[in-house]
Each structure stands twice: as structure tokens, then as C-alpha cells.
Design a protein around this ligand. Sequence first.
Ligand code: MOS
Length: 748
Amino acid sequence: MIGIEQEQDQAPKLSPQLDYRYEGIAKVTGKAKYAAEFDGPFPKADLAYAYIVQATIPAGTVESMDIAAASKAPGVIAVMTPFNAPKLNQGPPQPPARRSLTLLQNKDVAYNGQPIALVIAKTLDQAREAASLVKTTYAPQPPKLQWEKRLGEARWPKNPGKDPADNHRGDIQAAFKKASVVVDNTYVTPIQFHNPMEPHATIAWWEGDKVTVYDATQYISGVKMSLAKTLNIPTDYVRVINPVVGGGFGSKGSMWSHVPLCAMAAKATNRPVKLVLEREQMFGLVGNRPSTINHIRLAAAKDGTLLGIQHDNVMNASVLEDFVEHTEDVAKKLYQSGANSVTAKVVEANLGVSTFMRAPGESSGTAVFEIAMDEMAEKLKMDPIEFRLKNYAEDDPAESHRPWSSKHLKECYAQGAEKFGWASRNTKPGSRAEGEWLIGQGMATATYPANRSAAQAVVRLLPGGKMFVGSGSQDLGTGTYTIMAQQAAAGLGIDPKLVEVKLGDSTLPKAPVSGGSQSAASVLPAIQDATTQLKLKLVDLALQDPKSPMHGLQAADCDVKNGKLVSKSQPGKTDDLTALIARNGNKPVEAQGSAEPGESHDAMTTQSWGAVFVEAAVNRYTGMVKVRRMVAVYDVGVLLNQKTGMNQLMGGLTWGIGFATHEHGIPDGRNGRIVNSNLAEYHVPVNLDVPAMDVSVVGIPDTKFAPTGARGVGEIGITGAAAAVANAIYNATGKRVREYPITPDKLL
Ligand code: MOS
């Protein structure tokens, strides 16, 4: 059924993989320090704790605040309110790093839960207790809530501000007139909250005019830049440190209000201050994935050719800031179609600011669009894979048919179908049962852009044959440390176990936000460049060294291989790197490197692909869904590390199960409070919800994208997964649910 293309790409040289997570032992032995766990080098005894007082109305202004009782409470050092907070010169937001913040600069309340005061005390308990004593009176305004009932208020987002012309191709009306088969439905995704295990946390302390923060962030240089700008101090007066992060998922990609609030508190009290968000405070202050309502129309000819795709997306946006969840991007480029028309609009609401959440756009986009594709396949009486292959996009339909850097989605379909046993699927919905369980199978396509940015790195050859590599990147539990060690080691051909890695410190060479799945593809080429520079330096050192066997050779004749200097023309002539450094007085040799995507990137689309297959069981009496099997095959170039890479993909798939069946942030329609702001009521999958997964990669390197041949894997795992579950549930029950999450009540 599916043809395999001939592979032309050149395989890059792969570094040996570390078979353990670089920072794993430190994590499981408690030695790894997360942002809130540091107790120095600031004077530990002075450390104070800040607690955020939150608004209890969704809209209006603070009229007065009585802080007398709070100020007198035991241990209280200061109470910061809109009436006494130091004035800042905030300026407009600059996403992604700097967002619309609420820093006690005015008395406006834009959402329920917004920070309106900060209590600083000697202990956390004292700060929290005093916070409860702050008495606030408000002048409430009628709130904008229940946005889904106000769709008539939908408007274009402020940026770009109007309906972009590149969102429409061909004659969409004509396509529907010509169509033999039409799908026309509305699909809904709920508000979701990130909830990494490590909540957002900051410790800030000042030394003179300079501030240092330990901050749970995906973007140390972003926090550095944003904090400096917000506090109106030179960028170099801010240092951000963050050696490990307990997950981020996008919510830690921007600097939110608590970070400058913590720095302001430290300045005002002249103490180091720690501010940790409680789990409940993770619902509103630090972003959310907005809810989307998607009107999707597909027009097809009898043979399954897609004549037209239309996707109109409306979502909630905070009154503070437009954030657009581009679900419609999937409809633009995942398949070939005669005509194509997409729009995205927002409806304002008094809710916290929305933001990037794992695979922003593509998570929700595939979740809805891939159900529509399943519906169309069924109407056409075509196999869902066959239908997708019929409309396979051989080049990028959204970008004037420019080529993909590499696309092996057909292999994903073929290998996944084979492993899953798709051919023997029961095509009649609701007709297979095992006792009280209805069994169904479904599939969906996964996709996410392959992003890459400029990055810098530093490497050093150390005494004893060891090596150091540093870059101002972040490791969110994703494996950045591990693959940095591998890449540095590969440069000199040494054992990756001999490499010391440093990241998460803004004094290191700059790297981009660990978001958009771009860290591996950005940082590793910079390390590669740095090791190339290091090799040149080492060769130079040996040639100048009368004691080196290489002395007097031509530089062009020399190379570093397997941890040794070698002559290309005289195979016997070598020098040992350890000996070279020893003769250098044990002085390390250092080199810097940098890399960025070249101009060739403008002429192609870099994108990752996958196919997800799910077998689900639905209890016919309770409506309970159990995902029994999950098979996924990805085209992500090469996988840099089997363990950490698979971990990313499986984590994404797990979230796909949560997206499909659990996650649902519920704002109270009357007051805008998030009703289920805790992990007991905001459900995410637990071990029992997740089956053993069969995950693999096609493994064909994408060297046009990056010299490593590897595209990012942080986000693609969640894409397609929710729809595969939804389609399996339909196949099991014959009930088409178009509103996530697919909870038991919707199946009864
Ligand atoms: Mo990701 S949502 O870009 O951290």
C-alpha cells in the first residue's frame, strides 16, 4: 500500500550515546538543586519569603487595602501593595520573553487571581498567614466571562491585526460547490494549565545595583533581558541561574509577574527573597492553553481528493494580552488541498494571559483536525491512512509549495500500521466487544515544526583527558545536558563520560529559549563549531611544541581523532591529548563556537512528522476510557539519545491521553475563578491510564536542517495523540465526540 522512497541524505557522524541521563544521579540523590532550593551564596540567615495576595474579583479596581493587621503579624517584614510599591517603567510587552505583567503599578484587576499585593516575612507560613489578613475593597466592573457565549464579539488578534492574505488559497466556495462529500463540524478544546511538577519559583538578591535570581525558567537570557528592562537597570546587572528545571511545557518560557515582584521585594527589604507559587497559583498567573472553538469544513471528490479545507478558529484571550493558539496552522499545511482558507479570532475574557503550551497550535490543531479527517475518511469509505496518503503534501502547501527539508511521513504510516496490525482493524464502529468493554482502534498524523536559532557555546580541553562544555541553555528534564556531553565528546572523539557540562547560567555563552523544541538543534551545532575551533587550537599547540611528535608537521595534515592528534599522511604519528595538556603546564585550552541556521533555511520548510495508533477500550456501562495500546512512529531525523529522546516522545504521547480524556480547566462563569485549581480535580494521566507504548523513529537524518541530522523531539509527541485516542473511542463506540476532554458523561 505504501511506497518507501529512496533515501538520498548523507548520514552524519553520530556521537556515542550516553546510556544514562547526565544529571540523573544528582536528581535521584537529591543533589540537584532546583531554583527554590538554593541557600547561598546569599546570606542564608537573611532569606525572607514572599507570598502573593491575589484578587478575588475578575474585573474592576482595588479601592483600598487595609494592611495594618498584616503588617503587625508575626515575622512580617513588608507588605507591598499598589499603594506603596516602587514605580517601574514597564513599557509594552515583548513576547515571548516579556508578557503583560501585573506588578502593583496600578489598581486595575484584569482577572480573578491576579497578584494585587505581596507579603514578605521571615518564614513562608508567616507570609501566608499575614497575606490572609490583608483586607481589600474593590470597585467591581461587570466581568467578561463565558466567552463561548459571546462569539459575536470575536475579533482579529491585535497582531497581525487583520485577516492575513496568506491564509487563503484558491476558491474555497467553488471547492464546496464541486464537492461530492463534505464534512462540516465544530470541534472544541478546553483551557488547559501546564502544571510542571516543579512550580514556578524565584529567589532574588541584590548586591548593590546588581541582582541575581535563581529562577525556574526555560529561558535564562530572556529573564535576564526582561527583568533588566522591567526594573530599568542595565542588562548586565542581572544574572539568572537555573541548573535544573522540573518541567516547563511553555509556561516557563516567558517571565511572569512573580519574578520582578520577587526582585522588587528583595530590593525593598534589602534581603534575599524567595517566592514559590503554590499549586493553586499555577492556575492563572503563569499562562494557560486557551480554549478553542474550531469550525472545520472539508470538501472532497469521490476519489478522496481534498478539494477544499476551511478552518475557522475562535479562542479566548485575556483582556491583558492577545495570545493566539494557531490550531488552524495544521489545516494550512498538513495535507494538500485544492483550496484552503483559515482564520483565527479572539474573544476577550477576564482570565489570566494565555501562552505557549507544549506544541502550541499543533497540539489542539491536530486534536481537532485529525478527527475531521477521520470523519471524512469514513464518509468516503476509505481507510484513514489511504485517505491521508491520497492528499499527502509532497511539498509545503502553505508556503508556495517550497520543499520540506526532509519528510518521511509515509514511512511513519507504513511502519506504524505494520507494528500496530492496522490491516486487521474492525472498520465498523461499535461492533467489537470484550465483555463490558467496547474496543476500538484509531490513528492520526503527528506534526510539529523543526525550529532552530542562533546559539553559542564554549568548550575546554582539561587536564587528564577531560573536557568541559558550556552553553546558556536549559534542561527541563529533556536531556540537554546529556546530548551536550555527547556532542562535545564527539568533537574530539573521546568518551562522553569524560565531559563536564554546564548550562543554566546567564554568564555562559548565549543560547535560545528552550521552547519550540529547538535546544538540541540550536545548541549542538554551536558545540560542534566550538570543538572544530578547539581542534585547530590543539593542532597549533602541538605543532609549536618541540616535545610533540607532531612538531613541524603541516597543520593541514593534522586532525584530532579518537582523543588523539593524528597525522593524515603518516598514520603512525600521533600525540596524546592528555600528554599535550600536561606539557602545556596542565593549562586548559578553550575555544568558543557559534552557529545559526543558514540562508538555505529560507528556501525550505523544516517540519517533523509522525503517525500515532491507538487501541482504546470504553466501558459500555460507565463510559470509562482505557487506552490499551499506543504505537507511534516519528520522522524526527536521527534521535540523539535513545533514552532521553524516547522519554520526550513518550511524555508527549502520555499528555495526548490526558488531552483526549482528562484535562479541563474550568473557569467559574460567574467570577472567573478556576474551579479545579489543583491536581486532585484538574486531572492528568497517572500510571494506570497509560499503556506500554511502542515508540520508534524512522531515523533518517535531516542534514539540511542541522549538521547533526536531528530535529527537536520535545513537542511532537503530544501532537496527533489526542485525535488518535478520540478516533479509537469513536471506532469503539460509534459515538463521535467533538469536544475535549472525552469524559465518561459524553459517552453515555
Ligand atoms: Mo514549548 S510550549 O515551546 O515550551
